[in-house]
Design a protein around this ligand. Sequence first.
Ligand code: GUN
Length: 312
Amino acid sequence: MAEHGQHILALQQCGTGTVTATIIDGTAIAAKVRAEVAAGTVVYSAQRGSRPGLATVLVGENPASQTYVAAKQKACAEVGIQSFGHHLKAEATEAEVLALVQRLNADAAVHGILVQLPLPDHINEERILNAVSIEKDVDGFHPVNIGRLGMKGREPLFVPCTPDGSMRLLQEYGATFAGAHAVVLGRSNIVGLPAAMLLLKRDATLTVCHSRTKDLPAVCRQADILIAAVGRTEMVKGDWVKPGAYVIDVGINRKPDPTRKSGYRLVGDVDYDEVREVAGFITPVPGGVGPMTIAQLLSNTLRGANASAPAG
Ligand code: GUN
């Protein structure tokens, strides 16, 4: 989408005053990815006589997790992927979860295994994620996949969906990675850390910020690409952002809003109204990174299916 860059330039040249950022349309790009997956599943099914399959593993009754897993299953159905939902009680033992994962590893109809996080406290997340076959690790959370992501000259089989979706958005809107200064706010295993490794793989110069970083605004102001994934409502302000920068907002936070029936609205880690006056490109919340997470999961599941050994 190189035309977006030209659009910004035209606005600046005709002197219209405030330049507002191009909004990165995650819903539209996600729809494009889903359409690619739907087309791929048609080909897969014609060749193999079966559908790609995703198994979801949900343990306990976390309402947010239940919503996310339901959304993933619905998205599977829409693109022709079969989903196998497994819902264990909150009291399920670690051995029970491990046994389920091992059963799914051995099931030829399952090409992707998604263990929804967080798991209940009594279950060791590391042991469960270690047990997922790397060929079915569509979340990209297995230490071998994460390790390969971090190493020069190695390629993981799968990359975590949210950071991969963020990279796709940047790419679709014409971002240059090589030599760009990328700043990642947050170092979580699910988003911040893999996002940083992806940017490094694409030859960005990288700074990773966290709760102990000194003078966060000054560090962020250096960013050509700023990825915010800290879970703090509207933390990134307009004067934290370099004019023209790409700003990717991974946060999904509830902000009290008495005008809404629910009493809140969803906002990101970025103060959208301020930052859109400074940035060149910005993702909205909702409608930015969020839709990409599921789209990448579908894409990974199809890839896992295509890489699997044909039956017989
Ligand atoms: N919990 C929050 N985000 C994710 C995700 O991308 N995958 C899984 N499995 N759990 C999550």
